[in-house]
Design a protein around this ligand. Sequence first.
Ligand code: KIV
Ligand code: ZN
Length: 512
Amino acid sequence: MNEKVIIFDTTLRDGEQSPGASMNTGEKMRLARQLEKLGVDVLEAGFPAASEGDFEAVAQVAGVVKNIEVAALARTHKNDIDRAWAAICHAKNPRIHTFIATSDIHMKYKLKMNREEVVKTAFEAVKYAKSFTDSVEFSAEDGSRSDRDFLCRVFEAAIEAGATTLNLPDTVGYAIPQEFGDLVKYVMAHTSNIHKAVLSVHCHNDLGLATANTLAAIYAGARQAEVTINGIGERAGNTSLEEVVMALHTRPNFLPVYTNINTEHIYPTSRIVSMITGIMVQPNKAIVGANAFAHEAGIHQDGMLKNPMTYEIMKPETIGLSKSKLVLGKHSGRHALRSHLKELGYDISDEELKLVFKKFKELADKKKHILDEDLEVIVTEGILRTAEVFNLEYLHVSSGTTVKPTANVKLKINERSAEGSGSGNGPIDAAYNVIAKLTGSKSELLRFSVSAISGGTDAQGEVTVRLKENGLIALGRGADPDIITASAKAYINGLNRLEYLKANPIETSEVI
Ligand code: KIV
Ligand code: ZN
């Protein structure tokens, strides 16, 4: 029988290290539930020693996830391991994931430790973690640039101390597939006790090779892949879950292994991640990009009509991409709304349905046909965004060819209301000036982009902003049929994310 590849999802930890991709606790819990539904085997919920906010989020995620393992990251410090355990001790299946760098460059410059000290530290950390839980993962950070024999020595020590998973990261995305596959083979052949543990890989995408390296490692015998949804993560990101899973699914003859992933939840999960983080998926992204199943060339369209298999190696339905996009209208009822949301991957409570239904009706008054994309926006803005400091109560603007653009804005700031007016170079500038004044924000607007969510002149405009304040970067996203309102919503969303980052600073000094 084919062997299983364990899918270890780190969207909530490494994924959240994407510039600007902070998620609040409510958003993390929502995503955790979705990842469980998707069928990941292990969910890395965060790095509890990094901040109080991280600790709290990991603890809450550990409480909502029922049937899969919940991992918490920890350096090899005793305090980190204590914090990791305190955050996940109530999980049904807890895993402590501890790591230390093993490459000469990291040991010399970052850790200022010699090889003997690193082996001893790894051994002791795993042993300590093992005193709390049976499931302990050890990662050799910068493993792909480490001396091979030393790497095997550290792994041997970690297994001796009780590690059940050994993770080999390509931390800086430096490896080339054939080389990485060879390294996996080497580790399997030269780590004497490797049969007592699962060998895992964790690749970054700096050279665009994360998926290729992960597949080469699986081909060579690795049986856990560490991945994120949409490939989000530090710098150029991590290996994307959907690419690895669909490659294994589509090419079973070449890679005779299987995963536990329910592929039909891939697309809804991808959408939820981009809605929550504000990180849009590039249109040509494999599997989940807007163009991944779009056939433009006439010759291709002709072939597709004759037999879809001529140009399509996967069916869109397999990843949960529904064919019909037109969904609901003004007269649609609550029941239809709930069942359509379910199809999109949103399982919402009765209380949430009330709120979403109200917003749906409001939008249906302005827009004739409500599409999937519109519903996603309603859900994100209505229920995925929780614990916000600033909320838009109203916005009035006046602009045109012969008047000075002015804006009048009322915000709810925590429990109090604040109102003001001002002018600007255009209506958006005017609205932003007033919002900045009311919130006291000193943030700098690094990027502003606008697009239409769907076709037609009544389409909702979608605005994404990137804000910077005191070295913190946050993305904001907003949508509305009125582009000025969408812009204001995006700005306010970015400001809320900055507030969250300010309240949850990353306290660790070590870069991971
Ligand atoms: O990239 C990396 O090395 C990591 C480790 C902490 C596993 O994220
Ligand atoms: Zn990483």
